[in-house]
Design a protein around this ligand. Structure first.
Ligand SMILES: NC(=O)c1ccc[n+]([C@@H]2O[C@H](COP(=O)([O-])OP(=O)(O)OC[C@H]3O[C@@H](n4cnc5c(N)ncnc54)[C@H](OP(=O)(O)O)[C@@H]3O)[C@@H](O)[C@H]2O)c1
Length: 338
């Protein structure tokens, strides 16, 4: 039976949901996948750090607010020392996204790969900014850099193209990839102002105190860059995406559209155009015969057009950190299987 040592860099909503899922699936992994695991390290920004090569008690980790008490290692160390100390086989990197550079996560993932760990993340920054470098390094080290949860949470997007669509060439995609703006627009259809809808999203924990990453289209642009870099084999930075957010859309615009049988959506597109790829994030009024019309609240959708399958859609309804955690678990199992 194979045993894997796991390290968690970041233990917020997603890290905790992954810990819960690992606890729930422990016996299934042992019996059906012939593997066991232990968590040898957890580090955070303000809630301390734990390193224990005998395995941290995960149930306990979900209860405490300071991880230092679970540590066998006496002192706090920086992230690089932490990665070394865990002696892990797999690093799960789940820290907040940096839209502009992907740092410091890029350097942390690189360091883990250099130490022969599989590197798995839900953080889209490193994929948008350093996909090629991290993937090449993983390949040199015969390890995996996987990131299924970066776009549409646990829905299979990257593994779909990697494992089940051989020789399919992606020509274009179109979709709704940002849950927060879709929820804001849905709430505005129910009569709320833009500010009220943003406050609601902050209250339920899907919008930051500063919501600009979502409402100005940055999160969507980063996801477009991730899909283009990985699935279209084209180097594109988030700032290269033609980007417009939803700040200009008023409650009147939304109500008028509804009366005409239409809905405003923040739509992401990428289209291959000879040697170029044209990309855009912008609000669009969609009609009821568009599949985008049916996507409500925090749900998301992507429609792929390939040279072999003319239109293939994936819809994810009501995502949560638990669905994100599943993408990370799937990446772990796929990484160690290969
Ligand atoms: N939430 C979702 O459903 C979802 C879905 C898809 C993708 N993602 C992505 O997943 C990642 C994590 O999201 P989340 O919701 O779990 O965020 P979160 O709740 O804010 O948790 C982030 C964690 O990272 C830690 N951290 C921050 N900077 C650090 C540093 N320099 N070194 C070590 N630890 C650091 C934080 O420490 P403290 O605990 O001390 O603050 C916290 O534990 C993000 O990149 C996000 O975009 C999230």
């Amino acid at each position: 039976m194979a045993h894997y040592k796991l390290a968690f860099l970041g233990f917020g909503n997603v890290g905790k949901a992954l810990a819960g899922l690992l606890i729930r699936k422990r016996l299934e992994l042992e019996h059906e996948y012939d593997l066991t695991f232990s968590v040898t390290g957890i580090t955070t920004s303000r809630h301390g750090q734990a390193v224990n090569l005998d395995g941290i008690d995960l149930e306990q980790a979900l209860k405490v607010s300071d991880f230092s008490n679970l540590s066998k290692s006496p002192s706090e160390s920086d992230v690089y020392q932490f990665i070394d100390q865990t002696n892990a086989d797999v690093l799960f990197e789940n820290t907040p996204v940096n839209y502009q550079t992907g740092q410091p996560a890029v350097d942390h993932l690189k360091y883990a790969l250099e130490r022969n760990m599989h590197a798995i993340t839900a953080n889209k920054g490193p994929v948008a900014h350093a996909y090629r470098m991290l993937t090449d390094l993983a390949s040199q080290k015969e390890r995996k850099f996987y990131f299924e949860s970066t776009v549409m949470d646990g829905a299979p997007i990257f593994s779909l193209f990697r494992d089940t669509l051989p020789a399919a060439r992606l020509r274009s995609f179109r979709g709704i990839l940002n849950s927060t703006t879709n929820m804001i627009l849905t709430r505005m259809e129910q009569g709320e102002s833009f500010d009220q809808a943003v406050s609601y999203c902050q209250k339920i924990g899907i919008a930051e105190t500063d919501p600009s990453g979502d409402v100005d289209g940055w999160d969507a642009a980063v996801k477009v860059a991730v899909l283009v870099n990985v699935l279209m084999d084209f180097r594109l930075k988030p700032e290269d995406v033609d980007r417009q957010g939803i700040r200009e859309i008023t409650q009147d615009d939304v109500s008028r559209a509804l009366k005409d049988g239409k809905r405003w959506k923040l739509v992401c597109t990428a289209v291959r155009d000879g040697e170029r790829i044209r990309t855009k994030v912008a609000p669009e009024m969609v009609t009821s015969n568009s599949i985008l019309y049916t996507v409500d609240g925090t749900s998301s959708i992507v429609i792929f057009e390939t040279d072999v399958l003319s239109s293939l859609s994936i819809v994810e309804a009501n995502p949560s950190p638990h669905t994100t955690a599943y993408g990370l678990l799937a990446d772990f199992l796929n990484a160690v299987k290969s």
